[in-house]
Write a protein that binds this ligand. Structure first.
Ligand code: F6R
Length: 244
């Protein structure tokens, strides 16, 4: 894994945008794997800026998102489809029919998961996958457990995730308790992976990630087995990183 430590959140976002820009300029029809949450918002802002400055075009890009809450329609303001539209898609020249987010309202969710995974394969796999990390070590919604699902699947969210994500909802009771998520195997099909981490609340998990062996109890630890991962974190997230 390549580790980049940046001064602050803005620099983390800008370094990540450099890598995305490089990928898009090398392959204008790249398949981008995208994440939601607070962490990549600065990256998406930077990509919008570079698009407005005519440095990158999303015209031929396809995107595949990691996950979606079960039960929220795409027009719900806490759904990940809505997040992506608001934070990136509505502001760039991407063809929305080529932006994929799991359908959390699908009648048959297992079928939706199977088709979502097949779509990733049909697209030829993800070129560049953006990831955030949960304070419990989750990536996508692959929660710590004694065993991990390989491919897109239905996941019960842990209490720590529900608690962490309740900041976006009116009340903790409104947070969905299940999600549809790409699995670790789906993420592993990506040719290149960028894991972003920002803020003091990620310092402990980043330290744990550094020190741990590969274990399903820290799903992000599986990234240690992937040949092309770059971690970009700001100084706050890295504050415990070099301590023994
Ligand atoms: C989002 C996702 C999650 C988040 C993680 C960190 O699509 O899959 O794994 O990346 O929960 O969230 P933030 O960035 O809000 O701290």
């Amino acid at each position: 894994m390549k580790i980049i430590i940046t001064k602050n959140y803005d620099e983390m976002s800008s370094v990540a945008a450099d890598l995305v820009e490089k990928c898009i300029n090398k392959k204008p029809n790249a398949i981008l794997g995208l994440a939601t949450g607070s962490t990549p918002i600065g990256l998406y802002k930077e990509l919008i800026k570079r698009h407005n400055d005519n440095k990158i075009s999303f015209k031929d890009i396809t995107s595949v998102n990691l996950d979606e809450y079960i039960g929220l329609p795409g027009d719900h303001d806490q759904s990940y489809r809505y997040f992506m539209n608001e934070n990136l898609f509505n502001h760039v020249d991407i063809d929305k029919t080529k932006t994929f987010v799991p359908n959390g309202k699908a009648e048959d969710l297992n079928e939706e998961a199977k088709n979502y995974e097949k779509n990733i394969d049909d697209l030829g796999g993800i070129d560049l996958q953006i990831l955030g990390i949960g304070t419990n070590g989750h990536v996508g919604f692959n929660e710590p457990s004694s065993k991990l699902e390989l491919y897109t699947h239905i996941e019960d969210l842990t209490e720590s995730t529900i608690h962490a994500n309740s900041r976006f909802f009116d009340s903790i009771d409104d947070v969905p308790t299940t999600a549809i998520s790409m699995g670790i195997g789906s993420i592993f099909k990506a040719k290149e992976i960028i894991l972003l981490a920002s803020g003091e609340n990620k310092a402990k998990i980043m330290q744990t990630l550094k020190d741990t062996l590969v274990t399903p109890l820290i799903p992000a630890s599986f990234l240690k087995l992937h040949p092309n991962v770059t971690i970009i974190m700001d100084e706050d997230a890295a504050s415990l990183y070099n301590q023994e």
